[in-house]
Design a protein around this ligand. Structure first.
Ligand code: ZN
Length: 272
C-alpha cells in the first residue's frame, strides 16, 4: 500500500521581516505553499507598525483557507536571535534591539512559535526543498539590503560556540572602511550589499568617472535613488516608477535556477 501525507492534516505559517519588506506564507501539511503575501515596508513606519503589519498578514493567512489545525509559526529576522526565548537581540539594518518577538507572537498564537535568523531558516529551506536538497554541507548567502549567511554541516545548522555563527556580512574586510549599521567599520556588507554598491556608484560619479548614469543625471549624483522591487509581476507593477528613469539595472541572479531565494529580487538605479 502506498501511503502519503494528508495535506489537510494541519497548516504552518511562516513570516520574514526584512529591512524593506515583510513576507508571509501559509503551507499545508505537505509543505505546499497555499497562501503568500509580500509587502514593501519602510523603516520610517516604526517597529510597532511593522510588527502589527506582520501579525495582520499572519492572521489573513490563517483566515484565507478553510481552517486546519495550526501546527506552528516561524519567523525569520535579519539579526541575532536568542533561541532560548526567541528574542531578537540586534538587527543592524532594522535598527532594532531586544525585541521579544516570540513572546509577542505567543500573544496571538497558541501553537509553537519559532524565531530565528532569516538566513539560517533560508539555508534550511534550500536544504529541505530547494537548490541544496542533495547537499548536507551548505554555505548559504543572502544578498539584499544587507548580507546574511547560513552554514549547514551534515545537514544541521552550524550555530557556533555562542549561537550566532554565519554573520558573514559583518566580517571586517577593511578596518578603515565605511561605517556599518552594526557599528563596526569595513564590514563585507558595506562593500557588496545593495547600499554598498549604490555607494560605489555615487562616489564614482562624484569623482567624475564617465558613465551613462552620469550623462543621464547630468552629473548630479544626489538625484540617484536605489529602488528595489520583486520580480513577481503583481508586486513589481504595484511599485511606483519614475517615468523617465530606470537608468541601469543590476540583477541579483543566482546561478541555480531553483534557488528562488537568490533570483527573486532586482534593483535598479533611478533618478528622482
Ligand atoms: Zn557590520
Amino acid at each position: 500500500m502506498l501511503l502519503r501525507l494528508n495535506p489537510a492534516a494541519g497548516c504552518i505559517l511562516a513570516a520574514e521581516i526584512m529591512a524593506d519588506f515583510v513576507s508571509v506564507v501559509r503551507t499545508d501539511f505537505s509543505a505546499r505553499v497555499v497562501w503568500r503575501q509580500r509587502e514593501p515596508i519602510d523603516q520610517a513606519m516604526g517597529q510597532c507598525a511593522v510588527i502589527d503589519r506582520t501579525l495582520t498578514l499572519l492572521h489573513q493567512a490563517l483566515d484565507a483557507e478553510p481552517y486546519h489545525e495550526l501546527l506552528g509559526v516561524a519567523l525569520g529576522v535579519p539579526g541575532l536571535v536568542d533561541r532560548t526565548n526567541g528574542a531578537l537581540l540586534f538587527a543592524p539594518n532594522l535598527h532594532w534591539n531586544d525585541v521579544p518577538l516570540r513572546a509577542i507572537l505567543n500573544e496571538s498564537f497558541s501553537s509553537p512559535v519559532f524565531v530565528d535568523n532569516e538566513a539560517n531558516l533560508a539555508a534550511l529551506g534550500e536544504h529541505y526543498f530547494g537548490a541544496a536538497r542533495d547537499c548536507d554541507d551548505v554555505l548559504y548567502l543572502t544578498l539584499g539590503a544587507g548580507v546574511g549567511g547560513g552554514l549547514l554541516r551534515g545537514g544541521q545548522l552550524c550555530r557556533g560556540a555562542s549561537g550566532y555563527a554565519g554573520e558573514f556580512g559583518h566580517m571586517t574586510i577593511d578596518t578603515n572602511g565605511a561605517l556599518c549599521n552594526c557599528g563596526n567599520r569595513g564590514c563585507w556588507e558595506t562593500l557588496v550589499s545593495q547600499w554598498g554598491l549604490f555607494g560605489h556608484v555615487r562616489r564614482a560619479m562624484q569623482d567624475g568617472r564617465a558613465s551613462r548614469l552620469g550623462d543621464m543625471t547630468h552629473g548630479i549624483s544626489t538625484t540617484l535613488r536605489l529602488r528595489s522591487w520583486w520580480t513577481q509581476p503583481g508586486l513589481a507593477t504595484a511599485w511606483p516608477r519614475s517615468p523617465w528613469s530606470r537608468l541601469a539595472s543590476i540583477s541579483a541572479q543566482g546561478s541555480h535556477p531553483s534557488s528562488t531565494r537568490l533570483t527573486r529580487s532586482s534593483w535598479s538605479w533611478e533618478a528622482a
